[in-house]
Design a protein around this ligand. Structure first.
Ligand code: KIV
Ligand code: ZN
Length: 519
């Protein structure tokens, strides 16, 4: 059995304190619950002295969680430590995490203290924390830029004062893996009683090396890794939990190590954080990005169809993603196209496939996304066009402070025009309800995103929606300088696609019935 590495999640402390990531009390508790489902070992819930909000969040999380250790951060200052303890004292497994900077740069410019003063502060703080809480972690902020002899001295003093977990952060993301690993090796070799202590890594990502540095630390004896979901955190962020955990899990034979994390909860945790903070992960983000299990190149798709292990080092299911996707685009080959047609119920002869492939290539050169409707249109020799469906003719919104948003919409279906109004929670909701009233088609909006594609006050916004009509998902996209108009148009595109698919299904079913009657 592989030796365990403890996962210390600091999404709610180091992650939450970074720009654009603030969460309210309820959101923090929701996230903490999800982290518990993920089975991390320690949740650093906040920095209680920093604000009343932080204190309340740590306090509530400490009372709520069942299994995880709940840590609270504090400086090596008595009132910080008391406040941290007040917040976590009712946790099933509390931990006080106290820190002081140890690099000469921080000592001289930030703290204006001598090395000896910082050491004395640390010892006093740890002794005080230890009198309150059995588990005390001590961090040497900016350890990777600290003098190694002094680092060993202060770590030795911290252990003698009662700390049982020693964290050596790369606070400014300055270290490179060999160097960061060597620091752990040297401190563990030189400091008395280091064998009984859990050493912890805490890496920031300024060079994009946070995960590599964390792995170097565990290769050199660290047994706790501090990290955040999606790698959120100060500046370029912290080491991403999902990346370290999956590297350890996937390469556990090589490393001889593993964690307790239930990796199938990774994607859900990442999605929840994105929803709560609004901070999206880039498409090519390792493990949780939209492209992490998507394949477009023909050679890769062909390999994947022959055997998944050709291009995937872990399964999407192992991180909670339903399946890999073969994205049909201009780099796709015949094999993937044939497979997708088979999934859509079309068994194509070699000749039919070749014809479809040629048309597909022409369309793929012009269009970024190719949807199933386009593929069906290709083999049915019809244009993938929504011309015969609804068009937005007019949209009027009545909205403002203390007003119930109301939308009046006029749609055209061929030569007929329809007008109706509806109210909603917001102008977009009102517009969607008015569309539903006119068309009678009820869709469930499962994804909605809006992004600016140009700059300035008159920027063009691109709206993307994903709507569930009778259990089948349809996408819609539109660009407009008016976000409500864009939202209505994107929704109509999805609805038109759904109606088009329904119409085709009806034609097929009627054809099948007529055949059956004739027989
Ligand atoms: O990056 C850092 O040094 C920290 C410490 C406070 C642990 O976040
Ligand atoms: Zn940090």
């Amino acid at each position: 059995m592989e030796e365990r590495i403890a996962v210390f999640d600091t999404t709610l402390r180091d992650g939450e304190q970074s720009p654009g990531c603030s969460l309210n009390l309820e959101e923090k508790v929701r996230m903490a619950r999800q982290l518990e489902l993920l089975r991390v070992d320690v949740i650093e819930a906040g920095f209680p002295i920093a604000s009343v909000g932080d204190f309340e969040a740590v306090h509530l999380i400490a009372r709520t969680l069942e299994y995880c250790t709940v840590a609270a951060l504090c400086r090596t200052v008595k009132r910080d430590i008391d406040r941290a303890w007040e917040a976590i004292q009712y946790a099933k497994k509390p931990r006080i995490h106290t820190f002081i900077a140890t690099s000469d740069i921080h000592l001289a410019h930030k703290l204006k203290k001598t090395r000896q003063q910082a050491l004395d502060d640390a010892v006093g703080a740890i002794q005080h924390a230890k009198s309150l809480c059995n588990e005390v972690e001590f961090s040497c902020e900016d350890a990777s830029r600290s003098n190694i002899e002094y680092l060993c001295e202060i770590v030795g003093a911290a252990i003698a004062a009662g700390a049982t977990i020693i964290n050596l952060p790369d606070t400014v993301g300055y270290a490179i893996p060999e160097e960061y690993g060597a620091m752990f090796r040297i401190v563990r070799e030189r400091v008395p009683h280091a064998k009984n202590i859990v050493f912890s890594s805490h890496c920031h990502n300024d060079f994009g090396l946070a995960v590599a540095n964390s792995l170097a630390a565990i290769r050199n004896g660290a047994r706790q890794i501090e990290c955040t979901i999606n790698g959120i955190g100060e500046r370029a962020g912290n080491a991403a939990l999902e990346e370290i955990v999956m590297a350890i899990r996937t390469r556990k034979e090589t490393l001889g190590l593993d964690t307790n994390v239930n990796t199938e909860e990774i994607y859900k945790s990442s999605k929840l954080l994105t929803t709560l903070t609004g901070m999206m992960v880039q498409r090519n983000k390792a493990i949780v990005g939209a492209n992490a299990f998507a394949h477009e190149a023909g050679i890769h798709q062909d390999g994947m169809l022959k055997s998944r292990i050709t291009y995937e080092i872990m399964t999407p299911q192992s991180v909670g993603i339903k399946h890999s996707t073969l994205v049909l685009g201009k780099h796709s080959g015949r094999h993937a196209l044939k497979q997708r047609y088979a999934e859509l119920g079309y068994e194509l002869s070699d000749q039919e496939l070749e014809q479809a492939y040629q048309t597909f290539c022409t369309i793929a050169d012009q269009k970024k996304d190719i949807f199933d409707e386009d593929l069906i249109a290709i083999v049915e020799d019809r244009e993938s066009s929504a011309d015969e469906f609804y068009h937005l003719e007019n949209l009027q919104i009545f909205s403002g402070t203390n007003l119930r948003p109301t939308a009046t919409i006029e749609l055209r279906l061929r030569d007929e025009r329809f007008v109706d109004s509806a109210t909603g929670d917001g102008p977009v909701d009102a517009a969607y309800k008015a569309i539903e009233r006119i068309t009678g088609e009820i869709g469930k909006l499962t994804e909605y995103s809006i992004k600016s594609v140009t700059f300035g006050h008159d920027a063009i916004g691109e709206v993307f929606v994903r709507v569930d009509f009778d259990g089948v998902m349809f996408n819609g996209r539109a660009v407009s300088t008016d976000v409500i108009t864009g939202s209505a148009k994107a929704y109509l595109e999805a609805l038109n696609r759904a109606m088009s698919a329904k119409k085709r299904r009806d034609v097929q079913q009627n054809g099948a019935k007529e055949k059956a009657v004739a027989v």
